[in-house]
Design a protein around this ligand. Structure first.
Ligand code: AOS
Ligand code: ZN
Ligand code: ZN
Ligand code: ZN
Length: 430
């Protein structure tokens, strides 16, 4: 087992920065106080923020062309958990891990739960995988899974999702996320309505197997692997399916699954309004489903999404409580570093959205003062809230500078020695 980073080591590294943090935190506190914002209230909220790590994100992802595995990548779910524990120890906002089955191969779920407990980790949403065939699979998903024209393939896909619910129960999860690549590559290949009917019929059978305190999250994606039509291609088909299934079914928004420039924050607002926002897969993109690191390209968009989320919180919107997680593919970075950086980037958007002056914003909206409304958002977005993020981590026993502590710890080199023949997540698909 790869040794976790010692608490004493984290504390030693923090001691080098604590003086600077105190100064910066005080300065920001004074600045916010001018607008009647108590920095301690914001820090307390930042400390509560949690975003889940995807098990597959701890290994190198890849493109259609190649995958270049890194040193000491986790070879199985147990080692993915070890890396997730390190991410959480330093970041203090990633206490949940979201598994993907059957990529994550598990014989004994009780043992897996005991291991995650011992690492102070919990389980987030269970992801089912019916978007590729497994070795020896009796009926193929080549022409779709839940919407396949052949009942044998559909039944297999339904059963896999029902199995995922059982495994999730053993792990203490409360959500099943379904993303399927079902669709078509040629005009005329598929009858749109019949395919959607088959999909809905299959999803109803999965929904029927859902415990009463669980949610079923449906993830839409514009295209890929089907390049002409995809069964749940956008939030329209998504919310229709969720409404058809019932109140426990909600929509999940993966930021990379929209056409470039689509107003995602407005989609989020609509889903909130109709109690259908289930959760998020955070990432960033320039062209399509690039799965780049969160906030690496469009931090303002990410902030505007959190502006909607914090607004819903502020108004105590009924039925609001989405799951947050990352869904990224790390091709050229150390996945542990990317996940820590990305979690902090999402947390930064949340914190910046917390300091939006909502009373003023509402007044400007009422008066149609477009310029001042926009400036109110910009003011919060351009405020450097780093000292709040650092203090939140510090207060919880994490690292003021997680990347620096991780690099100084030599964890990756040690993993390299202890995990020979590392194959990453083994999926080749992200
Ligand atoms: C696929 O594009 C989706 O983002 C899904 O969330 C998928 O299950 C995940 O990315 C793992 O490939
Ligand atoms: Zn996703
Ligand atoms: Zn995706
Ligand atoms: Zn993806």
């Amino acid at each position: 087992m790869t040794q976790r980073i010692d608490k004493a080591f984290i504390a030693e590294e923090n001691a080098k920065l604590a003086g600077f943090l105190k100064e910066d935190y005080e300065a920001l506190g004074n600045q916010l106080a001018r607008d009647d914002i108590n920095i301690e209230d914001i820090t307390a909220k930042a400390e509560q923020f949690q975003i889940a790590v995807p098990s597959w994100g701890t290994g190198t992802g890849g493109t259609r062309f190649a995958r270049f595995p890194g040193e000491g990548e986790p070879r199985n779910i147990w080692e993915k958990l070890e890396d997730s524990a390190v991410i959480n120890d330093l970041s203090q906002c990633t206490e949940r891990v979201s598994p993907h089955f059957p990529w994550d191969k598990v014989d004994d779920f009780t043992e897996l739960k005991q291991t995650s407990d011992s690492l102070n980790l919990k389980w987030d949403s269970i992801n089912s995988n019916t978007f590729q065939d497994q070795p020896g699979q009796a009926h193929s998903f080549k022409y779709g899974s839940l919407s396949n024209t052949r009942a044998e393939s559909r039944d297999l896909a339904i059963q896999h999702n029902l199995d995922c619910i059982e495994w999730g129960k053993a792990l203490g999860s409360k959500t099943l996320t379904v993303w399927v690549g079902d669709g078509s590559n040629h005009p005329g290949q598929q009858h749109f309505q019949s395919a959607f009917e088959r999909y809905l019929d299959s999803m109803k059978q999965i929904y029927a197997g859902l415990p009463s305190d669980w949610e079923l999250h449906i993830e839409h994606k514009m295209f890929e692997p089907a390049f002409y039509s995809t069964i749940i291609q956008d939030w329209g088909s998504n919310i229709l399916a969720a409404m058809e299934l019932g109140p426990q079914a909600k929509s999940l928004v993966d930021l990379g699954h929209h056409a470039p420039n689509v107003n995602i924050e407005m989609i989020v607002s609509r889903l909130i309004q109709f109690k259908k926002l289930g959760g998020f897969h955070f990432n960033d993109s320039k062209y399509g489903d690039d799965d780049l690191d969160s906030g690496s390209l469009h931090p303002y968009q990410q902030f505007l999404i959190f502006n909607e989320l914090v607004d819903a919180q502020y108004r105590n919107q009924e039925g609001f409580g989405p799951n947050y997680m990352l869904d990224q593919s790390h091709n050229v970075t150390d996945p542990i570093e990317s996940l820590m950086n990305s979690a902090a980037s999402v947390q930064r958007s949340y914190v910046a959205a917390l300091i939006v002056d909502r009373k003023k914003l509402s007044g400007y909206q009422q008066d149609n003062d477009a310029l001042m409304a926009s400036n109110t958002l910009k003011k919060a977005f351009t405020t450097d809230v780093s000292p709040i993020l650092e203090m939140a981590r510090f207060n919880r026993g994490g690292a003021i500078d997680p990347i620096a502590v991780y690099r100084a710890s030599g964890y990756r080199a040690q993993a390299g020695r202890e995990r020979p023949n590392s194959g990453g997540n083994g999926s080749g698909i992200v």
